[in-house]
Ligand binder design. Structure first.
Ligand SMILES: Cc1cc2nc3c(=O)[nH]c(=O)nc-3n(C[C@H](O)[C@H](O)[C@H](O)COP(=O)(O)OP(=O)(O)OC[C@H]3O[C@@H](n4cnc5c(N)ncnc54)[C@H](O)[C@@H]3O)c2cc1C
Length: 493
């Protein structure tokens, strides 16, 4: 059943989890000054689903009202229904919470829907565990984080050596549990999550079955240690720091110091083939519906905010309009790709529907460049105005206010409004949190060094491109080959 924000906060408070931040062990993530702002924001997302139940909740025949992110899509309509709720939530945070709890919900719904893949090679128990776990997360409306990447220690080493002792691997087994050791990076949202899910990232070599693991554990499981990066959350009024005060979702390194994972929470146990396959049979198409909705919310917000930056200082320069048009273009191309992917949705197997992956495959390596460009465009449009921004406290200081009102007003707006817009713009592109957010956009779906080649490999599987050349050079208008227009199920994981 869908939880309220209050119920969510009660669940993650002082539950014994081992979270380190700034050299200290955090007693209670809901009261820590660097974390409580974001904890409250996530609680608001839980409340939102009740306030806007029509968009955010669906009636699950077994569980009652659950968030749309738990839908296992069985039709194009299911995907469209899911989008309505995801879009509403993403707009409340301008797409700045990349790993709002609905992210992993969507992933788990995809995995449970494709339980047939987990069941390969006699892994029926792992598949059943995955199906049961997805139901469990939906039933208790849990917030989950995930860690799928092995730590980088020495890029000179082969993948196998690199995996050796550092990456998460199985070191033993009891009657009821497997014992896991190693590290994974980075678990975004970790301090604010109820559970950690470990699932495949890149395939592991066949001779490293001990590294081919997928499982889930509660955050307070003994042996689990979370080391947060520096906090970029600030304890400041929302006027001064609208995003840093509320949207630092954190990223944590996860250490597994001989963690016992109950066997009924293990989804893959030492099978590199399943490990590789679960990420190449719909994962991209499924999760990228979520991430594209979020990216769209962020790009639309960027366009709207940049437009206001220009308006408050009355900038009629055609150069500014050109830059604004460029930002809008990125938003619109993202929206078009999302529409195209949903329109082209089809059954991927086991009765599960995911979008057409091709538009997403194109967006995946391209979006990071667009976001980097958006940042550049904000700097170009904002100039020094990004820094001539009194704080709320300064605006309320009688000795300063007349000077601020006189010299720092905008074209048709007062000094307060001008400061509000430009402070938001700086927090969006220039603050420490903003820098982290751009790093996130660059890497959260792997780097373009990996994803452009994957796009090329998939394109080659889908169509004989030599025919395209032949149509022009040999056949002319006589017989253009249209066979390629038929979509094939290919995925790149
Ligand atoms: C803010 C943030 C949050 C994250 N959150 C999570 C999370 O919640 N869960 C999780 O499992 N993982 C998370 N990650 C990890 C993320 O999944 C990995 O960083 C990502 O998969 C990239 O892997 P990699 O670092 O090995 O990079 P690779 O894909 O291996 O690429 C890295 C290397 O490729 C080269 N390279 C990259 N781009 C280019 C380019 N354009 N041109 C030329 N060379 C290039 C560089 O040498 C670079 O070092 C997060 C990462 C970040 C930054």
């Amino acid at each position: 059943m869908a939880r309220t924000g209050k119920e969510y906060l009660e669940g993650i408070g002082d539950d014994g989890r081992v979270v380190w931040l700034g050299g200290e062990r955090v007693d209670d993530v809901t009261t820590h000054p660097a974390l409580r702002g974001t904890a409250e924001t996530i609680a608001e997302l839980f409340d939102l689903q009740h306030e806007r139940a029509e968009e955010c909740l669906v009636d699950d025949p077994e569980l009652g009202l659950v968030n749309v992110s738990h839908i296992i899509p069985r039709s194009r309509d299911d995907l469209r229904r899911r989008r309505v709720g995801l879009e509403l939530a993403a707009r409340t945070h301008a797409g700045l919470l990349g790993r709002s709890p609905d992210y992993i919900n969507v992933t788990l719904a995809g995995f449970a829907g494709r339980a047939d893949i987990f069941a390969m090679n006699g892994n029926e128990r792992g598949a059943a565990n995955m199906v049961a776990y997805q139901r469990y997360v939906a039933e208790y409306d849990l917030a989950t984080t995930h860690a799928i990447i092995h730590p980088t220690v020495d890029r000179r080493l082969s993948v196998t050596d690199q995996h050796g002792e550092f990456a998460v691997h199985k070191v033993g087994e009891t009657a009821d549990a497997i014992v896991v050791r190693g590290a994974r990076v980075l678990a975004t949202l970790a301090p604010f999550a109820d559970e950690l899910v470990v699932y495949p990232g890149q395939p592991v070599p066949k001779d490293c079955p001990q590294h081919a693991l997928a499982f889930a554990v509660p955050m307070n499981t003994p042996g689990l240690v979370f080391l947060c990066r520096d906090s970029y959350g600030v304890d400041a009024p929302p006027f001064d720091r609208p995003f840093s005060s509320r949207f630092d979702e954190q990223d944590a390194i996860v250490f597994f110091d001989d963690v016992e994972v109950p066997k009924d929470r293990v989804f893959v146990d030492g099978d590199p083939e399943i490990y590789a396959k679960v990420m190449s049979t719909g994962w991209t198409a499924n999760i990228m519906q979520h991430t594209t909705i979020r990216a769209l919310a962020k790009l639309e917000f960027a366009y709207a905010l940049a437009t206001q930056m220009v308006e408050v200082v009355g900038d009629r320069n055609p150069g500014a309009a050109m830059l604004l048009g460029e930002i809008w273009t990125y938003a619109e191309l993202t929206r078009s790709a999302l529409e195209a992917a949903e329109a082209g949705a089809y059954e991927w197997g086991n009765g599960v529907w995911f979008p057409d992956e091709r538009p997403f495959r194109a967006l995946r390596p391209t979006l990071p460049g667009w976001f980097a460009r958006v940042r550049e465009l904000f700097e170009a449009l904002g100039s020094h105005n990004l820094l001539t921004t009194p704080t709320e406290g300064e605006l309320d200081t009688p000795a300063l206010r007349p000077l601020i009102d006189r010299y720092l007003r905008g074209a048709d707006v007062d000094a307060r409004e001008r400061a509000r817009i430009y402070r938001a713009a700086w927090d969006f592109v220039g603050s420490a949190l903003a820098s982290r957010n751009f790093l996130y956009e660059r890497y959260y779906l792997a780097s373009p060094v990996r994803t452009y080649p994957l796009a090329h490999i998939a394109a080659q599987k889908e169509r004989d491109w030599s025919e395209v050349v032949a149509d022009v050079l040999e056949r002319g208008l006589a017989a253009p080959d249209t066979k390629w227009m038929t979509r094939k199920e290919t995925s790149d994981g």
